[in-house]
Design a protein around this ligand. Sequence first.
Ligand code: PMP
Length: 415
Amino acid sequence: MAEPTPSPTPKIIKNDPWYGSYAARAETMRASEIRALFAVASRPEVVSLAGGMPYLDYMPFKEIAELIDKMMVEKGDIAWQYGLAQGDPHLREDVLQIMRLENITDVQPDDVVITNGSQNALDLITRIMCDPGDVVLAEAPNYVGALGVFQSFQVDVVNVLLDKDGLIPESFEEAVIEQRKLGKKVKFLYTVPNFHNPAGVTMSVERRPKILQIAQKYHVLIIEDNPYGLLGFDGQTYPALRSMDDENVVYLSSFSKIIAPGMRIAWMVAPPGIRQKLVLANEASVLCPPNMSQFTITTYLDNFDWRQQINQYRGMYRDRCNAMDAALREYLPYCTWNKPKGGFYIWLKIPQGLDSRAMLPRAVTAKVAYVAGTGFYMNGEGRDHMRLSFCYPTPERIHEGIRRLSTVIDNELET
Ligand code: PMP
């Protein structure tokens, strides 16, 4: 157990002449454990169960390229030009049909803001809502990229508990009351209701109105981050929180997992006052989301059967999830996990006393990578868990990856 563990703190640049000049917020930034793993995990001999990369090989790239060629001939002068800070109106219209699949039916194109991925949306919402020391309530474990944003704005992240039915309403209410007693400003609750990253769980339909009632009672905004909602393995969808409340919810979704992340295009829906600030913040941050990417997405949506494409993804991820679940039952029956009903991730609890972070270098030596549970908490918790992604490797590779992982865990248990 004495081997060094990968550090989430970036290497200190020796003799940096600017040392001491950085803003306090830069001092609190840390590298994500996932990014730190990226280089090792992408070596071909390593089975990576680490990243959340969608598998894109089934995309009709040749046909897409032909349509993009045509689009460039017809409107290249606009595609390569600056655009609107709120995003392309055609795309803002197109996303309405996607949201209808989750019962969001009352949104107009003017309610939508296009962003450079949901990561950018998280940055913008935190930027307009939070001062240093303000409180954000977030599920624990939590999406690592959101933690990175909250940390860079020097926000205090307070944990709200999750179980197999998602966020626990009582835990949300208790956290609000407790933080208010401490004199803290609770700026919002951040939640990933569907096929959670990393926990794999989904907020039950019964809990959704309860959570909204608490938000309304205490006037706490909810940030509903929903990149995986259409990836239910049986085609099932759940009513978005935003579909039940248009005043207290900012809804985020993204093309990253349902089409492709390379375009860096996502969208959000917010009540008018918040939306106005978000557009100003978008303008200050990036001037406008890229027209080229937005036009590529609208070209795709207008010409391909995107619902069918999402169905194909669902089937593929279901097979991969089944493969991982079966391999875990075969090789690691003494670990515990909830089998997800959609999305990309299994959150694995390892036997007591083992440390997923300390074990990682040994896993990489055994040519398998995962993300240690500690990456999903701010406070060093999570050593007894790891996140396993089944989205990218084939079922055969997943089987082999879990076999390799079991040799590492078995070794740890013997020492
Ligand atoms: N939220 C969650 C829960 C995610 O899992 C991710 C990506 N892994 C994002 C936001 C960011 O997605 P995007 O590619 O749209 O920036």
